[in-house]
Design a protein around this ligand. Structure first.
Ligand SMILES: C[S@@+](CC[C@H](N)C(=O)[O-])C[C@H]1O[C@@H](n2cnc3c(N)ncnc32)[C@H](O)[C@@H]1O
Length: 395
């Protein structure tokens, strides 16, 4: 096939693409990877440098589109509406020239279409960034975090390129001039955004779809002992979803969290027991001898030193029947895709944390007195898809 035939073919498919939900999920991901590898093969060094080094401008353009109310405003003219930039500028109360420059950037990013000079229509993705969707909060969270990321090179240079290992004196504290931990030093609204982001990230298969709950929990017979303790379980969404899926499993469901998080819960299934608990302290009596201890996206927030303290307290609460379930974005040992590699840098810059590889998890567990039974993954592995590491007390 000649290059011009290839271009024609790609343009034909792009003009009339298959509906996303008609594609097999694994095929869709393989197609994206194929497109990325074709781009990588034909891009010149100048083009590749421009794409990578100018990446932050797209992030900022997106943030401006949200902050200035552009997405909200254009969402109201859906589905096929069009708007002159002068009208848009008037509606959002901003300078027309500035709005036209922002719209130029956002259109070049494919979010809007310039249907005629300075007249715009929504692209298919534009509504995703309008009010009511979790995505604007994700963008707000990540662009705010970029303040820390941008100072990472300076921080690492100052430390003579040591891997950040100090949860209370790392890139976040350096960039923000604080000695507070990220979870305390960032504003409460940012924490809400972070929780939203997590919900968004984990919007793939719930963990209990690929962990054999019924097979493993069948022996858990007593209503007196806890069935599952969700440590640092945020607002209890995971436990609530678990309970909805397996309502007849016996044993209590315990949600452990910091007081300010539990105090912010307004509605949660009454069957879930809420316990104010700091996971750096021994497990409370109510949580001893549970069938399962669940740590979901907790350990990557902490360097090994703190991770081992958290695990030691879980270990002391477990008995021979107990399992530890760790739900995390563990990285493959080799050839980590771009998105999870970026998430690891997010952990590094905010928490001096780390998205561990499967091998690093095995080591952490072994050094903490656990035996890894199995690393479960869903059938379709997306970039950034989590694992469930199932561990028991080392025999
Ligand atoms: C990354 S979030 C994970 C939340 C939830 N497990 C999930 O998967 O969505 C980390 C959670 O740990 C909680 N956390 C942080 N420090 C804690 C501590 N010392 N004790 C208990 N929970 C803590 C935070 O409040 C937050 O909800």
């Amino acid at each position: 096939m000649s290059v011009s035939q290839l271009i024609q073919k790609i343009n034909e498919v792009a003009a009339n693409p298959p509906a996303q939900d008609s594609l097999d999920p694994a095929d869709r991901i393989a197609l994206l990877e194929a497109l990325d590898s074709l781009r990588g093969a034909i891009e010149s060094p100048v083009e590749a440098t421009a794409r990578i080094a100018f990446g932050a401008y797209e992030q900022v353009g997106l943030r401006l589109g949200i902050d200035m109310g552009i997405f909200d405003c254009l969402a109201t003219v859906l589905p096929a509406g069009e708007m002159e930039v002068t009208e848009l500028a008037e509606k959002i109360d901003a300078n027309t020239l500035l709005v036209s420059r922002v719209m130029r950037l956002l259109s070049a990013m494919g979010l809007f279409k310039e249907v005629s000079e300075n007249k715009f229509a929504n692209g298919p993705l534009a509504p995703v960034f309008a009010d009511g969707s979790p995505f604007p909060d994700v963008v707000l969270h990540l662009t705010t975090g970029a303040e820390v990321l941008v100072k990472l090179p300076e921080y690492l240079k100052n430390t003579k390129y040591k891997n950040p290992m100090n949860a209370k004196n790392g890139p976040f504290q350096f960039a923000k001039g604080t000695d507070l931990h990220y979870l305390i030093g960032s504003k409460p609204s940012l924490l809400k955004q972070k929780r939203l982001q997590l919900r968004w990230q984990s919007s793939g298969d719930p963990w209990f779809d690929f962990y054999p709950v019924e097979e493993r929990f069948a022996q858990s017979s007593s209503t007196d002992t806890p069935l599952m303790v969700d440590i640092g379980g945020s607002l209890g969404n995971d436990l609530a979803a678990f309970h909805a899926r397996f309502p007849s499993l016996r044993g209590s469901l315990v949600l452990e969290e910091l007081p300010e998080v539990l105090d912010s819960i307004t509605d949660l299934d009454a069957s879930i027991v809420q316990v104010k608990h700091d996971f750096f302290l021994p497990q409370p009596k109510i949580a001893l001898g549970a069938k399962a201890y669940f740590l979901s996206t907790i350990l990557h927030d902490w360097p090994d030193k703190e991770g081992k303290i958290i695990l030691a307290h879980v270990r002391s609460a477990m008995n021979e029947e107990s399992v530890l379930l760790i739900n995390e974005n563990a990285l493959p040992d080799t050839n980590v895709p771009l998105y999870p590699a970026k998430l690891d840098f997010l952990m590094m810059s905010f928490f001096s944390g780390i998205d561990r590889t499967v091998k690093q998890f095995r080591t952490l567990l072994e050094e903490s007195g656990f035996e890894l039974v199995e690393a479960h993954q869903p059938k379709v592995v997306r970039s950034g898809t989590g694992y469930i590491f199932e561990a028991i007390l080392k025999r």
